[in-house]
Write a protein that binds this ligand. Structure first.
Ligand code: NAD
Length: 343
């Protein structure tokens, strides 16, 4: 089994090579992202493995199909970059639904604590033997209200962490969990009454720019906005305006709308072309990490292992719960409901 791995980083090479030996899969690694220009690299392989910023649009899917590719293994949970409907009846798509929700939830709290206790500033100061406390005043999280949008695996773990800090948790989810000990409120109420807002929903048509100009106008003054989910949940221009108008007190972003051309690469010797990102990063109350919330040893090993298992099941003709379908809505013929392969 020969699989072309796109957008591969050194940590992917290590975890996937180890896992490939165990599962008898020959992973070949390409640093380049998958897109219309690079798709021909997939010729001669049995499948492709892609990540969050690879482009899997209809044109790429058609070329993969023509090259004989019948399986795409996403090594991530989110799949907003894949035109799933276009894959239907052509290429089977698998993802890794959970590799370490703890990694992402813990990173979210790390960002929040860094922001409210000014750890990023203190770190730089003491490195230069500047032990002044001026400007480092934070606030207690205890007793503050955190609004969590999306109460799935990551959202629920983040809620537990916040409860451990003595925070008052409210939440919004389009599909609220029944019988869960979660105080669900309408989205507008969450926006207007939260001291901290954390996004943990997927990027869909519904959630695209869920934080836009209109939402920013409803926010409580001084709110901290956390996004470790997907960049396009936030309209970056609206965020910037909200910060400039002093409505948003701080923002912590592990993801960014236009991250595909910037994140995961070293631009330290270059001029960043994205003015909004550059302006955001220049602000003292904005912290950006480059989509690293998932990056723990545990998560990397789980990602490689689940991806290898997904591929093995596919080539052995077995059904697998991690296969994605675009929900054709055909209840009578849905094969997934009968625990079979999507098509
Ligand atoms: P999940 O599927 O377990 O939970 C998502 C939740 O969002 C569900 O409860 C769902 O009902 C809810 N939701 C769906 N549509 C909604 C809407 N319109 N409004 C409000 N809520 C809605 O997913 P998860 O594992 O908790 O992951 C959440 C997101 O985190 C993923 O979609 C992915 O984009 C992101 N993620 C980021 C990283 C990272 O490294 N930064 C890593 C993994 C996942």
């Amino acid at each position: 089994m020969k699989i072309a791995v796109f957008d591969a980083k050194d940590y992917d090479v290590r975890s996937f090579t180890e896992c490939g030996e165990k599962y008898g899969i020959d992973f070949k690694f390409y640093e380049t992202k998958l897109n219309e220009d690079t798709v021909n690299l997939a010729c001669g392989y049995d499948g492709v493995c892609v990540f969050v910023n690879d482009t899997v649009n209809p044109a790429v899917i058609d070329k993969l199909y023509a090259a004989g590719i019948r399986v795409i293994a996403l090594r991530c949970a989110g799949y907003n970059n894949v035109a799933l409907e276009h894959c239907f009846k052509k290429i089977h798509v698998f993802h890794v639904p959970a590799y370490s929700p703890y990694a992402v939830a813990e990173h979210t709290m790390a960002l929040l604590l860094t922001s409210v206790r000014r750890i990023h500033k203190a770190y730089n100061r003491t490195k230069e033997f500047n032990f002044s406390l001026s400007g480092l005043t934070g606030f207690d999280l205890h007793g503050k209200t955190v609004g969590v949008i999306g109460t799935g695996k990551i959202g629920c773990i983040f809620i537990d962490i916040c409860k451990g800090f003595g925070m008052n948790v409210i939440a919004y989810d389009k599909f609220p969990k029944k019988d869960a000990d979660i105080n669900y409120v309408p989205l507008d109420e969450l926006l207007s009454s939260s001291d901290v807002i954390s996004l943990h929903c997927p990027l869909t048509e519904d959630t695209f720019h869920i934080i836009d100009d209109g939402a920013v106008a409803k926010l409580k003054k001084g709110v901290i906005v956390l996004n470790t989910s997907r960049g396009a949940l936030i309209d970056s221009e609206a965020l910037l305006e909200g910060i400039k108008k002093r409505i948003i007190g701080a923002a912590c972003l592990d993801v960014y709308e236009e991250e595909a051309d910037v994140f995961f690469q070293d631009f330290s010797g270059h001029i960043v072309e994205d003015d909004i990102l550059a302006r955001l990063i220049s602000m003292p109350n904005v912290i950006v990490t480059s989509h690293q919330a998932f990056l723990t040893e545990e998560a990397l090993n789980n990602i490689a292992q689940t991806t290898a298992q997904n591929l093995t099941d596919f080539f052995n003709g077995k059904s697998n719960d991690n296969e994605l379908c675009y929900r054709c809505g055909n209840v009578d013929t849905c094969r997934k409901k009968r625990k079979a392969r999507c098509f």
